[in-house]
Design a protein around this ligand. Structure first.
Ligand code: FPP
Length: 260
């Protein structure tokens, strides 16, 4: 039986190299990359995927040259201004995760507006990670848990308690993470949420990653044996792992367990 797939997360890498290969400025690669976001949202909706999370700007991307940062901010703003009406009509709910307080007031207000205007949609949940870092998310979740539970000690915090305070608290964990651009790393993306995610790395640069490439990644995912710590035989007996099984709050070692 093929694995079920609800949530795809993507690290959209390779815009700069796509442009360089064509002797064009890096920003042209980002323009192409932004156009591809539009295509990929449609391709995911067509494939029946319910959640798509895209890494658009990491907390480390502030280290880039200022003109590239402004180009990326401009593209994000333009994307929000040009796509929201269509998202509303197409049943797409947009959310942005990350520390948005660092963005210009106009961009912040467009983000708020887009989130509000699409809040009732549910065909595809599109989440854009902007000024996002996985370490920031986990630290933030711990602080938020502490603020919500002032009388409690850190020993009272368990995995599901922390997950409830992550920026992705309303989303299932991604089953598949795709990274384009030939690198094989997570780069501080959804560190907690990808604990049991299948990782798919492709050499294709992001502007070239099209619907056919997405289908190939989904087929690859469907063939994976997802064990969540169990043996192959156990998986063969009971192939469907309970959602969130890997974050079980029950002790993983049974109390009466003895080594014989
Ligand atoms: C990585 O490619 C890409 C980024 C840091 C930015 C991603 C942004 C977009 C796809 C466009 C704007 C986003 C939205 C949501 C409208 P890179 O620049 O690191 O490429 P390189 O590794 O080839 O240099």
């Amino acid at each position: 039986m093929a694995n079920s797939l609800q949530h795809i997360a993507i690290i959209m890498d390779g815009n700069g190299r796509w442009a360089k290969k064509r002797l064009m400025p890096r920003t042209v690669g980002h323009v192409k990359g932004a156009a591809n976001v539009r295509h990929m949202v449609k391709a995911c909706a067509d494939a029946g995927v319910s959640y798509l999370t895209l890494f658009a700007f990491s907390s480390e991307n502030w280290r880039r040259p200022p003109e590239e940062i402004s180009a990326l901010m401009g593209l994000f703003l333009q994307y929000l201004e040009s796509e929201v009406a269509e998202m509303k009509a197409a049943g797409i709910r947009l959310r942005v995760i990350g520390d948005r307080s660092a963005f210009a007031p106009l961009l912040q207000s467009r983000i708020d507006q887009a989130e509000q205007e699409t809040a009732h949609n549910s065909r595809l949940h599109l989440t854009i990670a902007a000024n996002y870092g996985g370490q920031w998310d986990v630290l933030n979740a711990m602080r938020s848990w502490q603020a919500a539970n002032p009388g409690k000690q850190l020993q009272d915090l368990d995995a599901s308690g922390l997950a409830a305070h992550l920026s992705t608290a309303d989303l299932p964990d991604p089953e598949l993470l795709i990274r384009t651009g030939g690198e094989s790393r997570i780069s501080n993306f959804l560190l907690w949420q990808t604990a049991y995610t299948e990782l798919y790395f492709t050499d294709a640069f992001w502007p070239d990653f099209d619907a056919a490439a997405l289908t190939q990644a989904i087929h690859w995912f469907e063939q994976r044996v997802r064990r969540f710590g169990r043996t192959d035989d156990q998986v063969a007996e009971n192939p469907v792992a309970a959602p969130g099984e890997q974050l079980s709050t029950a002790p993983l070692v049974p109390p009466a367990f003895k080594i014989s």
